[in-house]
Ligand binder design. Structure first.
Ligand SMILES: [Zn+2]
Length: 184
């Protein structure tokens, strides 16, 4: 903006931007309150940059509704590799058959255990008969509730809303073990 703060600095826009960008910028309303522009870091309430807020942003946990959930995950008394695994399964980035096929890898899409369903993380961790037997054996069937249409993230979030610390840790270990066994 120009020094009088009531209009865009046309000369500066001409120097820096192409026609398209100039037109887009000029559509941005100029605030009624006349204050100079300043830097503002969007991911911290104070507007100041902090390494913590940057880390949260990168880890995808800055959004308010899920912050509590991710805090619980990062504070689980579990090996780092298991906490990291929970993060990866919630983001659905495990190299399951379904995800690999999405990336044009030519492999069989069936679950290695039951051979009847497409192997995605929902199936390996919660829907496969093997997984269900495991959850039943440890008495966690009611806690690990799976509703049609759920994602792994939704199931996990619900578990951590209802689980105590030990159950949360147990849940994480079993998910990790199911994945570990599948890779074996
Ligand atoms: Zn299966």
């Amino acid at each position: 903006m120009t020094n009088d703060l009531s209009m865009w600095d046309e000369d500066l826009l001409d120097d820096l931007c192409n026609e398209r960008d100039k037109n887009l910028i000029k559509q941005v309303p100029i605030p009624i309150r006349k204050r100079p522009d300043s830097w503002y870091w969007l991911f911290d309430d104070t507007g100041n940059f902090t390494v913590k807020s940057c880390y949260r942003q990168l880890a995808g946990e800055w959004a308010c509704p899920d912050r509590k959930f991710w805090n619980k995950i990062w504070h689980l008394k579990l090996p780092g590799k298991v906490r990291n695994f929970i993060w990866r399964m919630c983001r659905d980035v495990l190299p399951t058959a379904a995800n690999l096929i999405n990336k044009q890898v030519n492999i069989v899409d069936r679950c290695l255990w039951c051979q009847t369903h497409i192997e995605d993380s929902m199936h390996i961790l919660f829907r496969c008969t093997f997984a269900r037997e495991v959850w039943a054996a440890v008495g966690m069937m009611e806690l690990v509730l799976v509703v049609p249409g759920d994602t792994v993230f939704q199931v996990t979030k619900r578990v951590f809303q209802n689980a105590n610390k030990d159950q949360g840790a147990m849940f994480g270990m079993i998910c990790w073990a199911l994945w570990y066994r599948r890779n074996k």
